[in-house]
Design a protein around this ligand. Structure first.
Ligand SMILES: Cc1cc2nc3c(=O)[nH]c(=O)nc-3n(C[C@H](O)[C@H](O)[C@H](O)COP(=O)(O)OP(=O)(O)OC[C@H]3O[C@@H](n4cnc5c(N)ncnc54)[C@H](O)[C@@H]3O)c2cc1C
Ligand SMILES: C=Cc1c2[nH]c(c1C)Cc1[nH]c(c(CCC(=O)O)c1C)Cc1[nH]c(c(C)c1CCC(=O)O)Cc1[nH]c(c(C)c1C=C)C2
Length: 487
């Protein structure tokens, strides 16, 4: 069997890895248009004399992995298979970094409640005073009468009221999708399960408790994937040991996953990585028995590229997943005491007054991984605001760094200048699953089934889940489906 995997981000890489393990006789060609693998996984080490390690490790993209849930199980399995468990830096659930998340509103940090009791106390904070009333409101709200998809904002306002939605939920959506919760689909984002809970139980708060107790939060297919992943005793043991952690980071940076995968492919006889080879042609062969990628024929192909490539390569119905762009500014201070907060970081609500540079939030990186023994922050700017106001995109990295310094001065009272600063504009980096995303995806999938005889698989952040864990899980699932067909 021959398989082409199009795209060398974490989605394509994990698909290639699992397929190579499931079918050692399968010849796998992985096409990547760039000279590097990893896509948005971008860890950089910048030399500096201000750190005892001689450099400072910055994440220009993702930095944390979720070890819980089905996507978390797939992540842990991949880390175990790659023998990376020793490099895992767990962030324990009861640590300040996990418990302390903040909302910046209107001009101060508000600690997000991490327990029921704290939720009641949150009336004392401007950003969160609606929380207790929002939770009460949900208990008496009627449920939606139809099953149509709606925006996260519409759902949250209906269940929990406007203030809770604007101040807390819009911040959270900034911190995951860098998006506008009034445009994003409830059904297709990580909150999709809430629609099912409301349909079945009316109250979301009560329903989540009952659904979790009854094991209803996973579909039958997901339960099969979980059983399959847990068959590996080593994975099961590592997964169990990480359940006391809310997140994990990796000692040598998130991109170390890519280096381990690359080393695996170099050592394997059945995976060929085609660097600097963009996929420019994708079609069913004349015999209808093969799929052609560029000028080679394969039994199956896996599409792990941005959805805008779909309409360039196939006459399928459009899959126009919009995207948001984020300016990522990394700051390092040799002084470990410049930050007066312990926690994961803070997020800003969507329409924060006096936020001309569209600050989305700041990650307190040195709280999670601090070999440099200083203070490390990542300021993220833009998101949906850059789409509404493209002129606000900083025209140079220096400008972005000055905006980031202004933000940490205003929000964290950090007046010192950073010893090392790094700014990267990540254009079109986070897919925006708009209302109706799943309906669009279904149309494309049925076109592919009809016109490519099911020989093309879609995976990646553009389709069903933006987290690294979602991409790895879908890579595992896709490899299993191809292996099943190849039997
Ligand atoms: C700033 C930022 C912070 C994030 N933080 C987190 C986090 O903390 N935790 C988390 O779980 N997730 C996080 N994410 C999300 C996660 O990083 C991404 O969703 C995920 O990496 C996407 O992987 P992918 O393989 O689907 O796509 P991509 O990484 O986009 O990879 C696609 C690959 O396809 C290649 N390609 C494109 N077109 C072609 C072509 N025609 N031919 C050949 N190759 C092609 C590209 O060069 C690229 O290598 C973050 C994302 C960003 C941008
Ligand atoms: C300030 C902007 C952003 C921060 N992270 C991201 C943006 C745009 C991107 C991002 N972060 C996470 C994911 C994966 C989502 C998932 O499905 O797991 C993505 C795409 C991880 C994450 N970040 C926050 C949460 C609650 C999560 C998911 C759950 C988890 O892993 O625990 C919130 C959050 N993000 C940022 C900050 C500063 C912050 C909270 C204070 C940065």
């Amino acid at each position: 069997m021959k398989v082409a995997i199009c795209g060398g981000g974490i989605a394509g890489l994990s698909t290639a890895f699992y397929l190579s393990r499931l079918i050692p006789t399968c010849q796998i060609d992985l096409y990547e248009r760039d000279s590097r693998l990893g896509g948005w996984l971008q860890s950089v080490k910048i030399p500096t004399s201000t750190s005892p390690t001689g450099n400072v490790l910055f994440e220009q993209g993702p930095r944390t992995l979720r070890p819980s849930g089905l996507a978390g199980l797939a992540t842990v399995d991949l880390l175990k298979q790659l023998k990376m468990e020793k490099g895992i830096k767990p962030i324990l659930k009861d640590s300040p970094s996990a418990k302390n998340k903040y909302i910046y509103y209107p001009n101060r940090l508000n600690a997000v409640p991490s327990s029921g009791f704290q939720a009641l106390k949150s009336v004392m904070q401007p950003a969160l005073r609606a929380v207790p009333f929002a939770l009460l409101r949900d208990l008496f709200q009627k449920k939606k009468i139809d099953n149509e998809d709606e925006s996260i904002g519409s759902f949250m306002e209906r269940r929990f009221g406007k203030m809770f939605t604007h101040r807390l939920m819009s911040s959270l959506i900034n911190g995951i999708y860098a998006g506008d919760l009034h445009s994003l689909s409830l059904q297709s984002t990580m909150f999709g399960f809430l629609a099912d809970v409301e349909r079945k139980y009316r109250s979301v708060i009560l329903g989540m408790v009952l659904a979790s107790i009854r094991g209803e939060l996973l579909t039958e297919n997901q339960k099969l994937l979980r059983t399959s992943l847990l068959k590996n005793e080593d994975t099961k043991e590592l997964f169990k040991s990480l359940q006391s952690s809310s997140m994990i980071s990796l000692e040598n940076g998130i991109e170390s996953i890519v280096s381990h995968l690359n080393a695996f492919f170099d050592a394997s006889s059945n995976v060929k990585v085609r660097f600097n080879q963009p996929v420019t042609r994708l079609a069913l062969s004349a015999s209808n028995e093969k799929v052609e990628v560029n000028n080679c024929q394969y039994d199956y192909s896996v599409f792990a590229m941005p959805s805008n490539q779909l309409s360039e390569l196939l006459p399928s119905p459009a899959m126009s997943t919009p995207t948001s762009s984020v300016y990522v500014v990394n700051l390092f201070y040799q002084d470990a005491s410049v930050l007066n907060y312990k926690g994961f970081g803070y997020l800003a609500p969507l329409r924060l007054p006096n936020n001309p540079n569209h600050i989305l939030g700041v990650v307190f990186d040195s709280e999670q991984n601090n070999p440099e023994q200083g203070t490390k922050l990542t300021v993220m700017m833009g998101g949906s605001n850059y789409a509404y106001d493209p002129k606000s995109i900083p025209t140079t990295p220096e400008k972005a760094i000055s905006y980031a310094k202004e933000a940490v001065k205003q929000s964290l009272s950090i007046h010192a200048s950073p010893d090392v600063a790094n700014a990267t504009l990540q254009r079109n980096c986070i897919p925006q699953y708009m209302v109706g995303h799943q309906h669009q995806l279904d149309k494309v999938q049925s076109w592919i089934d009809d016109n490519l005889r099911g020989r093309l698989y879609l995976t990646g952040s553009w389709y069903n889940g933006v987290s690294i864990g979602d991409c790895i899980l879908n890579g595992y699932k896709t490899a299993q489906e191809i292996a099943l067909k190849g039997q």
